[in-house]
Unconditional design. Structure first.
Ligand code: ZN
Length: 474
């Protein structure tokens, strides 16, 4: 039984979603605020989610032929200025080191906001011949972008991410990987995070500073706002020319390579929270949940109960379930609340009567339904975890689909986003119309739809060049 007092510690998810989010991330001990404004401490329960994301994604990259490496945190200031759009895009948010070792530095150093420049520099050294291509490396690291308003996981000055960078001999190949990585992210979001996404190309206004084309995946949060959950970028020869990434081709001529990059960050944790969470707190997708099943002993002091719980824990662990026996000195009711708030997918209740009947009670966090299984039946727990995963995805997908509406003019678009929808609308391709949508409806172009089914621009009424998904965004 969830006591009212306990539930009331979390703000109402429908009427005060921002406070709900803050309450959930802090009370479930995912994060705490760092002493420097805009920084966050990722606590063990939050970091364990990140480790699971990392492990799953890393395996996918490696299966795709990408190698891991590590590049330095500090970048010479002069590197940032080599690609004109890049420096303009990132200048407002870079942190600069001017002093070190008690002296003023001859050249200031930038704390990496992203690593295209330094990796471009190193690739320029390493690439000589067409035989060296493609070169495909990824790093798991932290980056820093000075932010004025911050929220844990969604926007913080320092965050963790992976950034993959590749050089190819041809633009077609580099573009192909830009799309392949977008698909890899989409599949990861769907299968591992149980989170449906919209993928597509970004507009010029929304693209990465220095890219020829940026593609994004967008997820719909509980409040109907969009969260950019990952991006891939095709750079053409922009960075290759700025950093001298050249190779001798088969015909003996010297050519510039074509580069691309891609990244996802600890933002994904925020995406999971805001996609699946409910009034009781977190609802974690089983593939990334640090604890997939928690065993709560009932009448713990009775002879044989704890032993049976630990034996069950061993059985589940052997079957590959991440499991914890909560033998802490709290009441079962307190433990129920705690683990529900922390979003553990399955709770196993085990007391003297269950043991006598050779049964166990399984509670699933997503629907709060209970079912009985034979004591020690690990397959039943695994089946339940799998069905939670597929149902979490199906539920989120149905919600997203039901909340994509079309608009013919700005008033309809405004009404659509006000009601917490993504809005499909035509766009003539002019920056002025995109700006006007932002001004009028506080909505931005998230991605371009693959099909162009709308005839006219939602803003100016001229023929539409693209169909766009507009939304308010985090
Ligand atoms: Zn227009």
């Amino acid at each position: 039984m969830a006591s009212d007092k306990f539930v009331s510690q979390i703000a109402d998810i429908e009427t005060d979603f921002p406070q709900w989010y803050t309450d959930v991330v802090v009370k479930t001990k995912l994060v705490d605020y760092g002493p420097v404004k805009g920084t966050m401490v990722i606590r063990p329960y939050g970091y364990a989610i990140w480790e699971n994301i990392q492990r799953e994604l890393d395996a996918r990259f490696k299966a795709f032929g990408v190698e891991n490496a590590y590049f330095p945190l500090l970048i010479p200031m002069s590197f940032m200025t080599k690609e004109a759009e890049h420096v303009e895009g990132f200048a407002p948010e870079v942190a600069v080191v001017t002093h070190a070792g008690g002296e003023k530095l001859a050249e200031p150093l930038v704390v990496r906001p992203t690593s295209e420049t330094i990796i471009g520099h190193m690739f320029g050294k390493w690439v000589e011949s067409w035989r060296d291509l493609p070169l495909r490396q990824n790093q798991w690291c932290n980056v820093m972008r000075w932010e004025k308003t911050t929220r844990p996981f969604l926007r913080t000055s320092e965050f963790l991410w992976q950034e993959g960078h590749s050089v190819y001999a041809s633009g077609e190949e580099a573009e192909q990987e830009t799309l392949s990585m977008l698909r890899l992210y989409e599949s990861f979001a769907e299968k591992t995070l149980c989170m449906p996404v919209l993928i597509g190309r970004k507009t010029e206004k929304e693209k990465f500073a220095g890219a020829v084309a940026t593609y994004g995946m967008e997820a719909m949060m509980h409040d109907g706002k969009s969260l950019q959950a990952g991006t891939t970028h095709y750079m053409g020869q922009n960075f290759a020319k700025a950093f001298g990434v050249q190779f001798t081709d088969k015909d003996g001529t010297l050519k510039y390579g074509y580069t691309m990059s891609y990244g996802v960050s600890t933002r994904l944790i925020g995406a999971i929270i805001m996609t699946h969470g409910d009034q009781r707190g977190l609802v974690l997708p089983p593939p990334v949940a640090p604890i997939q099943a928690v065993i709560v002993p009932i009448a713990m002091k009775k002879e044989g109960v704890l032993e049976a719980c630990f034996a069950l824990g061993k059985t589940l662990e052997k079957a590959g379930v991440r499991v914890k026996v909560d033998d802490s000195d709290n009441s079962p009711g307190w433990k129920f609340n705690e683990w529900e708030m922390k979003g553990v997918p399955v709770r196993v209740e085990l007391g003297p009567r269950d043991i006598e009947a050779n049964k166990m009670l399984l509670f699933r966090r997503d629907t709060c339904a209970k079912e009985e299984a034979d004591l020690g039946d690990a397959a039943a727990v695994k089946t339940l975890l799998a069905s939670i995963s597929s149902e979490l995805y199906a539920k989120a997908k149905a919600r997203m689909q039901s909340r994509i509406v079309a608009a013919k003019d700005l008033d309809e678009l405004l009404g659509g986003v006000n009601a917490g929808n993504f809005v499909r609308a035509g766009w003539c391709g002019e920056r002025g119309c995109e700006d006007k949508v932002k001004e009028f409806a506080q909505a931005t172009a998230r991605v371009l739809a693959e099909d162009n089914s709308e005839a006219f621009c939602v803003c100016c009424g001229k023929p539409a060049k693209h169909t766009v998904f507009f939304a308010r965004a985090y």
